[in-house]
Design a protein around this ligand. Structure first.
Ligand code: SF4
Ligand code: SF4
Length: 248
């Protein structure tokens, strides 16, 4: 995102709209004070422009070429990913399992989220997590747009996007439930290696024989029960000629 110095009056109203706090004042030669975007920190989320806070229309989005373009596709929910045709950062099935049935009994859907508003994440950090998961023989979810930016063999981030910064990045995969502690432990060990915050989501069937929650408590973690309620936005599961079947 950029600010047109010729139009900007330096009122500063746009600063509080910035999800990354990366706008600030500069004094131009001649003494005029304007606002400027730190483009290395800006994740191209588009909030400042969409908010229409600037009455002078000084905020604008220049055409973003590859690899800069990944910032917008991961941070601006209105931009579609060319690979998946799905806006956003992950797959919608993480929130609609009762409709899509992607995570069967005995398995855990795990998502590792790097960054959040105000912090962001360089994609190199996704490569650090991707590498650790690959070493454990874990396959990443092919429909997740981030998977296309990680080496399918090593899990490393593609070098050309490593420096790109996004609001947050989500790695998704499916695990047998009995590997929950092993993988959570490995992710926890990465906390000091990445330059951002990590949160982990677990999706699983809450059936009596499931011990996923016990496993998490036994590891000394305090999970937040952020249950998702489907309101009919998920796609019904299509299994051969059985349309809309819901696994129990
Ligand atoms: S709101 Fe517009 S005029 Fe005011 S500082 Fe931001 S870009 Fe400049
Ligand atoms: S696009 Fe987002 S991160 Fe960039 S300046 Fe605007 S609000 Fe801040």
């Amino acid at each position: 995102m950029r600010i047109d110095e010729a139009k900007c009056s330096g009122c500063g109203r746009c600063h509080e709209y910035c999800t990354m706090s990366c706008t600030g004042f500069v004094r131009l030669l001649g003494g005029k004070v304007v606002s400027q975007v730190d483009e290395d920190e800006c994740v191209d989320c588009g909030v400042c422009e969409r908010s229409k806070v600037c009455g002078l229309e000084a905020i604008y989005a220049p055409e973003a070429a590859w690899p800069r373009s990944v910032r917008g596709t991961f941070s601006n929910p209105l931009i579609e990913h060319k690979e998946t045709k799905v806006p956003g950062r992950g797959t919608e099935e993480m929130k609609t399992n009762e409709v899509t049935g992607r995570f069967p009994p005995g398995f855990v859907g795990m998502s590792v989220e790097l960054g959040r508003p105000g912090v962001g994440a360089r994609l190199a950090d996704a490569g650090i997590v991707g590498r650790a998961l690959k070493r454990m023989g874990i396959s990443l979810e092919p429909k997740n747009p981030l998977t296309t930016l990680l080496d399918p063999v090593t899990g490393d981030c593609l070098p050309e996007v490593a420096r790109e910064k996004v609001l947050s990045a989500i790695i998704e995969f499916l695990l047998p439930a009995e590997r929950t502690a092993e993988v959570l432990g490995a992710i926890r060990a990465l906390a000091g290696q990445v330059d951002t915050v990590i949160s982990v989501d677990l999706v699983y069937r809450n059936v009596p024989e499931s011990n996923v929650l016990d496993t998490v408590f036994d590891m000394g973690e305090s999970p937040y029960h952020n249950g998702k309620t489907n309101v009919g936005l998920g796609r019904p599961r299509v299994d051969g000629d059985k349309v809309g079947e819901v696994r129990s």
